[in-house]
Write a protein that binds this ligand. Sequence first.
Ligand code: SAM
Length: 221
Amino acid sequence: MPVLYGVGVGPGDKELITVKGSKIIEKCDVIVAPTATEGGESIAFETAKDYVRDDAEVAILHFPMGGKDRTIKSKEAYDFIEKRLSEGKNVAFLTIGDPYVYSTYIHMLSHVKEHGFEVKTVPGITSFCAGASLVDKTLVIGNEKLVILPAAKINEITDEKFIVVMKLYKHEEEVLNILEEKGFNYTYISRVGREGETVLTDRESILKLRDYMSLIIASRE
Ligand SMILES: C[S@@+](CC[C@H](N)C(=O)[O-])C[C@H]1O[C@@H](n2cnc3c(N)ncnc32)[C@H](O)[C@@H]1O
């Protein structure tokens, strides 16, 4: 029976793909990778391409970040995948980081499962775990909690000591204001594991860079 594999390829460093993920990519007949812009490159595919067989069919599919096109594009991608699974082919759907952390894979799954196809998910190293190792910063310790949130919800933090802020783009200023007001130490990490990897701790440089592929690891006493 054909399987849809959701494979987390890690943050973008080719050496941070799991052995299991790379073996599954090697055995799949069809590789599907998302891109946020029409005709744009897929970071997930670029990260994993060394493991893709020469005879595999590769589809870089456009998943808009939002808007009315999002549902239509997800349906198109699902139809593409369903057709391949119906032909008895194994399909790998690649995601940056881990498939179950803010990923297009999650949207796909509801469609695929509804239609009775088998799904197997292979975890990947998240961007924030890779980021924490890069800057040698504790994500969480002891009995504390770790809150992972999108920047758009930064005003919802209360008494947390350890937080990870993702999807920073266009919210940088608001996030920095709140973190500073609440006494957090913060480290901004962009493109961890990829070309252009940057670590910043000063407000001015962060506001100048404003990269979509960035996150903040923050903590306070
Ligand atoms: C759609 S989410 C994908 C998260 C991914 N599934 C994970 O496990 O890390 C995109 C957000 O992840 C973060 N991100 C992904 N890759 C990154 C990288 N290489 N460096 C820094 N942040 C990254 C950014 O906050 C970005 O806005």
